[in-house]
Ligand binder design. Structure first.
Ligand code: AMP
Ligand code: MG
Length: 465
């Protein structure tokens, strides 16, 4: 039995990776295994989950590699980043024949590690597990966690010595905008061509370079619109954290916004607010422009014509994103069909929410059941009849399906991770159960639906993951 691997990336793209084994975890202990995901993929772990998913043992058929990539980090370009603490074990095929990357994070140093230790702590790896599973349950394309395994080692972080862990995750692929930038920066035309052919075969069979760009643009516009609809802030939308597959990838300092404030930033290192909530659609366009630059030679052999093609495409990003966002918001508000006044209707709601600091998630959920806070209700006196005139007959049920009652609330995530770090997984399991059933009623689960009490300090996330 075991895991059936078919390692096409390693086979087809020499020059896009370095081959090396993960570090051997000294005392691997399974903290959590995603049984549902493992079963769905037809994975037979044969009692080897802790070893295989931590790097303590390499499963038969795996061909571990560290993938090379470049990237713009907070706007500054690094020609070589790469998996500095991660290994692609290989690719597996699900029962439906779909191909998935099986990838370890926190699995030891690689030639791409620069100053880093190649390791990860239990807290941030469980955080990625939780956030990814929440996003999946919310219907957002995302990489998914298969397991978190404690390594038995301690890792040094700002907070002190912390228990170490490896995250095993599954992704449609790990090809990033930064993977394209890696070859483009080296002026490696053959490598770029091979990567392009590989990506097309894997994600968008039959298209040409322009078709691939259009497909990535469509997926990313839809993805960021979904993030915005949920109040999700990724926190590090560097080009190396943008996947060609259109999946949300690399959960670091991400968080969901409580009170609606467009300039919300959680990450301690994002001092300029580059990756704030409201900036995410702009960064989407910026990152796609970086991708287009790498594809210019494939758009047209003539340089000027290639730039003209690219510019035409880049001009389409904002309208395409806007259309996706409107679709998300119409669904959240259960609007009937489409009306030219919808943009203004939505904008006016958001202005009122911002003015009173309304909770993003609760507002939409409560609008659906007509139980708003007094402050927001007052601010919406004139707005309400406009909305009532636009909404569909089954608006209440439609809104319950479209708007979650539960998102991973920052204070609860922190509590669960703190407990897990000191050995108690109980709050984590309870929170995971809540965030993976986000649309059900809150009865009996009220605490998971509420924002942090007012006396808690503002939430800050750290990149030292
Ligand atoms: P991230 O911000 O997690 O997307 O990572 C950005 C880059 O830093 C990637 O090349 C990572 O592999 C690398 N990196 C992050 N943390 C570590 C670490 N502890 N050791 C080595 N490399 C790391
Ligand atoms: Mg990353």
């Amino acid at each position: 039995m075991g895991i059936r691997f078919d390692n096409s990336y390693a086979r087809d793209l020499p020059g896009a990776y370095l081959r090396l084994n993960p570090a051997v975890a000294p005392a691997p202990e399974l903290l959590i295994l995603n049984d549902g995901l493992a079963a769905g993929l037809g994975l037979a772990l044969d009692g080897h989950a802790a070893e295989w998913l931590s790097g303590a043992a390499v499963p038969p058929g795996a061909d571990p590699i560290a993938m090379a990539y470049a990237g713009h980090q907070f706007g500054g370009f690094s020609p070589q980043l790469g998996d500095g603490r991660a290994h692609l074990l290989g690719e597996i095929r699900g029962p439906d024949g779909r191909r998935w990357d099986l990838h370890l994070k926190g699995s030891g140093r690689t030639p791409f590690s620069r100053g880093g230790d190649g390791k990860a702590a239990v807290g941030p790896m469980l955080r990625e597990y939780l956030m990814g599973e929440a996003m999946h349950a919310l219907g957002v394309p995302t990489t998914r966690a298969l397991a978190v395994v404690a390594t038995g080692e301690r890792v040094l972080r700002e907070e002190g010595m912390l228990p170490g862990a490896v995250l095993a995750r599954v992704a449609a692929s790990h090809i990033r905008v930064g993977t394209y930038q890696f070859f483009a920066a080296r002026r490696d035309a053959a490598g770029l061509r091979a990567l392009l052919d590989y990506t097309i075969a894997r994600h968008d069979p039959g298209v040409d370079a322009l078709g691939l760009f259009d497909a990535v643009m469509a997926r990313q516009c839809r993805l960021i619109a979904q993030w915005m609809g949920l109040g999700f802030i990724h926190g590090v939308m560097n080009t190396d954290n943008m996947a060609m597959s259109g999946e949300t990838i690399d959960y670091g300092p991400c968080a969901f916004m409580d009170a609606y404030a467009p300039d919300t930033v959680f990450s301690s290192i994002d001092r300029q607010g580059r990756y704030s909530y409201a900036n995410q659609p702009l960064i989407l366009g910026w990152n796609l422009a970086r991708l287009a630059e790498t594809l210019l030679p494939f758009f047209d052999a003539d340089g000027e014509r290639a730039v003209a093609v690219a510019n035409d495409r880049l001009d389409r990003i904002a309208p395409q994103y806007q259309a996706e966002w409107l679709a998300v918001m119409r669904r959240k508000l259960a609007l009937e069909g489409e009306d030219a006044g919808d943009q203004a209707l939505i904008d006016d709601l958001l202005a009122a929410m911002e003015a009173v600091g309304a909770d993003w998630t609760l507002t939409f959920r409560r609008l659906g059941t007509a139980a708003l806070d007094a402050g927001l209700a007052a601010a919406l006196t004139h707005w309400m009849p406009r909305w009532q005139a636009r909404r569909r007959a089954d608006w209440s049920e439609a809104m319950t399906r479209a708007n979650p009652a539960i998102i991973p609330r920052n204070h609860l995530v922190e509590q669960a991770l703190t407990a897990a770090t000191s050995g108690d997984m109980t709050p984590f399991h309870a929170l995971l159960a809540a965030v993976t059933d986000p649309f059900a009623t809150l009865a009996g689960r009220e605490k998971y639906g509420m924002p942090a009490p007012d006396d808690l300090p503002p939430h800050v996330t750290y990149c030292g993951t």
